[in-house]
Design a protein around this ligand. Structure first.
Ligand code: KIV
Ligand code: ZN
Length: 533
């Protein structure tokens, strides 16, 4: 074991709040949100470009896949610190260090439950044993790395005296950040702030560490609790894009950041986030995880900047600030005006895509450009949202063993719905088949099933318009459940024709199933936080 040089007390600007993003760890624990390695890398790049201070890239001991994605992120990302999670035991800590050690800036995050409920029922450990284990683990982590975070899991329900004791011992052992999780989303803002304040008043060495918040949203108070924690002196907030996470989720990054920015007059604090990248980041995480953002979601929901009432519209026309406290462009919400047309060239496309917050290679631009031309032929008006869909389609890195070549459906009030599909198989052969169904979409799904031989239950099917106008693009998101595997797979596609989008989304999910089978990938969960930690 290497011995790291003496700790430097973290020098920090007291007016700056660090943003610790855990979309790739706690966020990935949202049911149905697991991501593959290339998807995680894609999200990590977006987070780094957004300016997050720390990216919690995963829980390396949980599976080989988790380990490899944390290591890949650590090897590539610059600017942001890359953090790996570990329970308080040697194997977890060693594995976490193996995964993050090549990062430009690495952090190990160790956690151990401290509340009486967890101590007695889950861990069966006495308070003295908890302190001993926490200290030994922080020391071990500190022997590898200078930047160590310690979390007393379920801190918000831990007796305050004991919490102060554990936190003091963890700092003494070398923790540079102490995180105070409200693991089950039980706290209220006043109570949570009191916990942070008490730590600041009663823990003698608290000045040697940054206090962090980590709030879950079970009672819908994650953001309010985090901000109350900040007001009480916390200077790191743990959060996720779109608030995804275990159960009801975590505090939403975009809400925390925009609350601090918009109410700078009140909080007097800043973050390093490039807020105009929030909306593209939200869309990207939603695309990759398949977790849709509710329409009325603050900051990034589709209605967040829509004004319906006449009285509001009138006020807006006279003076925006009457009803708007943030400008859509401040968070990167695409403009609704016409941006590009049939005759626009590659340069204009690249400029607009960059303005929207996406970074694409020359090859990706070329592919998006071809799709853009095809879309501009079908659709008179190409909006920013249309471009976002085209770009995101090519950012998904799922190989496509099965490809839809053509599709024909018949449906109506007095005909039997029928679908004929031509599909290229993974070996290159083109196969045609037809099926009847309860409607044209059902017929397509049955025809695809006949060709591919992939049997799955349709679990969820959502169609929504994602751009505006009569010729808007429709987006289909669906989930297929494979019983033999006890797993579900997402598919997503957009088109001006929702029947075509349905077929493409279904094949997208079938491809995910095929790729999963080829890799023989079985997720070996070694213990998620909260389950035996
Ligand atoms: O909610 C929680 O307590 C956690 C810890 C691992 C920080 O996610
Ligand atoms: Zn959590």
């Amino acid at each position: 074991m290497s011995t790291a040089p003496e700790p430097a007390v973290p020098a920090f600007d007291p007016d700056r709040v660090r943003i610790f993003d855990t979309t790739l760890r706690d966020g990935e624990q949202s049911p149905g949100a697991s991501m593959n390695l290339s998807e995680k890398l894609e999200v990590a790049r977006v987070l780094a470009a957004l300016g997050v201070d720390i990216i919690e890239a995963g829980f390396p001991i949980a599976s080989v896949g988790d380990f490899e994605s944390v290591r890949a992120i650590a090897g590539e990302i610059t600017g942001s610190t890359v953090c790996g999670l570990a329970r308080c035991n040697d194997k977890d800590i060693d594995r976490a260090w193996e995964a993050v050690k090549y990062a430009q800036k690495s952090r190990i995050h160790v956690f151990l439950a401290t509340s009486a409920i967890h101590r007695e029922h889950k861990l069966r450990m006495t308070p003295a044993q908890i302190i001993e284990r926490a200290v030994a683990s922080v020391r071990r982590a500190r022997s590898y790395c200078h930047d160590i975070e310690f979390s007393p899991e379920d801190a918000a329900r831990t007796e305050l005296d004991f919490l102060c004791e554990v936190v003091a011992a963890a700092i003494e052992a070398g923790a540079t950040t102490v995180n105070i999780p409200d693991t089950v989303g039980y706290a209220t803002p006043t109570q949570y702030a009191a916990v942070i304040r008490t730590l600041r008043e009663r823990v003698g060495n608290i000045g040697q560490a940054i206090i962090s918040t980590h709030c879950h949203d079970d009672l819908g108070m994650a953001v309010a609790n985090s901000l109350a924690g900040v007001e009480a002196g916390a200077r790191q907030v743990e959060c996720t894009i779109n608030g995804i996470g275990e159960r009801a989720g975590n505090a939403a990054l975009e809400e925390i950041v925009m609350a601090l920015k918009t109410r700078h007059d009140y909080f007097g604090l800043t973050t390093g986030i490039k807020t105009e990248r929030l909306y593209p980041a939200s869309r990207m995480v939603s695309t990759i995880t398949g977790l849709l953002v509710q329409r009325n979601k603050a900051i990034v929901g589709r209605n967040a900047f829509a004004h319906e009432a006449g009285i509001h519209q009138d006020g807006m026309l006279k003076e925006r600030s009457t009803y708007e406290i943030m400008r859509p462009e401040d968070v990167g919400v695409p403009r609704t005006d016409l941006v590009l047309g049939k005759h626009s060239g590659r340069h204009a496309l690249r400029d607009r895509v960059t303005e929207l917050g996406y970074t694409l290679t020359d090859e990706q631009i070329e592919v998006v450009f071809n799709d853009f031309k095809a879309l501009a032929d079908k659709k008179k008006e190409v909006y920013d949202q249309d471009l976002a869909i085209l770009v995101e389609k090519h950012m998904e890195d799922i190989p496509a063993p099965w490809q839809l070549l053509s599709l024909h459906t018949t449906a109506g009030t007095s005909v039997l719905p029928t679908a004929t599909v031509a599909i290229r198989r993974p070996d290159g052969e083109v196969v045609q088949d037809a099926a009847i169904g309860d409607g044209p979409v059902d017929a397509i799904f049955k025809a695809v099933e006949r060709v591919t031989g992939v049997h799955a239950n349709l679990h969820e099917f959502v169609v929504r318009n994602v751009t505006q106008g009569k010729d808007a693009q429709g987006e289909v998101t669906l989930e297929l459940e494979v019983e033999s595997d006890d797993r579900s797979f997402r598919g997503r596609a957009a088109s001006t024709d929702i029947i075509e989008a349905s077929a493409l989304a279904y094949i997208n999910a079938v491809n995910a199933i095929q790729t999963h089978k080829e890799r023989g990938h079985v997720r070996e969960v070694a213990g998620r936080p909260g389950a035996g930690a």
